[in-house]
Design a protein around this ligand. Structure first.
Ligand code: FVH
Length: 289
């Protein structure tokens, strides 16, 4: 086994892109997939194929796992813990922070060098600098694997806590999810006037692009911690949200996507913080109260 040998477990959309890129950058790649037929194009392109996970992980010092979810990873890796001992395992499967920490503890108990990864890219981006891949866990293992990881895209190490890459991944995906819900809300409202979704989306894109820099102002208020900067207040925002919700309903569009925001503002007002800067709602998001 040479340092450039890499094993890829999982040849779905992302796993295939990862295997192709590692092969294209001259690495000896060994691939495995539950549905063996998916290994055929990779074999034809020069990858070695393994009939079992055990054979696949034994073929390289570095194994990248790109399966559907954490349950699949546990199902396939637990039986081969002994085969992985002393080797490096980089899990690119989407997991929650605690699932990553669970895998890290399992790996440590079996002498496996574990790095958790989060792919902030679609398969077509793999191999370009625009592909952001976040990593956390064993820093020495990360450093040893870095030449291969940097072949996939821009590698960013988040820290020794194995859950950190997944945490940032989930946080950024949450922000993206709420943003795209905004598109749907705007399209639903404008559609009641016959406006095509494409036209509203273009409007939303321009509007959000202009508004995006203001996000840093919200962060400044939160980092300041006093919520008395004289900025837009909780009560001001409550009136604004009430208008958005009424307008949506008047048009025959449910306001389910807007109501949670008003709920948090109302909770703050009910505890005497109506005059606070509205980003104080972050305090209401903490479960440990
Ligand atoms: N595709 C994307 O754009 C996103 C971008 C962000 C990161 N995700 C994560 O990457 C992981 C893999 O996603 P994927 O897109 O490759 O997913 P599929 O194309 O559906 O392939 C899934 C592979 O997982 C295998 N698999 C599923 N269950 C099991 C199991 N129990 N045991 C073994 N393998 C399993 C499946 O095998 P098969 O169906 O071909 O036999 C595929 O190889 C994922 O975490 C995304 O969130 C991608």
């Amino acid at each position: 086994m040479t340092a450039t040998a890499v094993t890829v477990l999982g040849l779905g959309a992302m796993g295939s892109a990862v295997a192709e890129r590692l092969r294209a950058t001259g690495r000896t790649t060994t691939v495995w997939n539950r549905t063996a037929a998916k290994t055929a194009p990779h074999a034809a392109a020069g990858s070695k194929t393994a009939a079992t996970v055990a054979a696949a992980v034994a073929a390289s010092d570095l194994t990248l796992v790109v399966l559907l979810d954490h349950a699949a990873v546990r199902e396939r890796l637990e039986p081969v813990a002994a085969d992985l001992k002393g080797r490096t395992l980089v899990d690119l499967t989407t997991t929650t922070p605690n699932q990553a920490r669970e895998s890290a503890a399992w790996a440590a108990a079996h002498g496996i060098r574990y790095v958790d990864g989060a792919v902030m890219a679609v398969p077509a981006m793999i191999g370009t600098p625009q592909a952001r891949l976040l990593y956390s866990g064993d820093h020495d293992a990360y450093t040893d694997a870095l030449p291969a990881l940097e072949a996939l895209g821009t590698a960013e190490y988040e820290g020794a806590d194995a859950g950190l890459a997944a945490l940032k991944d989930m946080a950024l995906l949450s922000a993206m999810d709420l943003m795209f819900l905004g598109y749907v809300q705007a399209i639903a409202m404008m559609r009641t006037a016959g406006t095509a979704a494409a036209d509203t989306a273009a409007d939303v894109e321009a509007w959000l692009a202009a508004m995006l820099p203001h996000g840093r102002g919200i962060a400044d208020v939160i980092d300041g911690g006093t919520y008395d900067t004289g900025g837009q207040s909780v009560d001001f925002d409550r009136r604004g949200l009430a208008s958005l919700i009424n307008a949506s309903r008047e048009q025959g569009v449910r306001a389910d996507l807007l109501e949670p925001h008003l709920k948090l503002l109302d909770e703050l007002a009910a505890t005497g913080r109506g005059a606070s800067d509205w980003p104080r709602i972050i305090d209401r998001l903490a479960i440990r109260e």
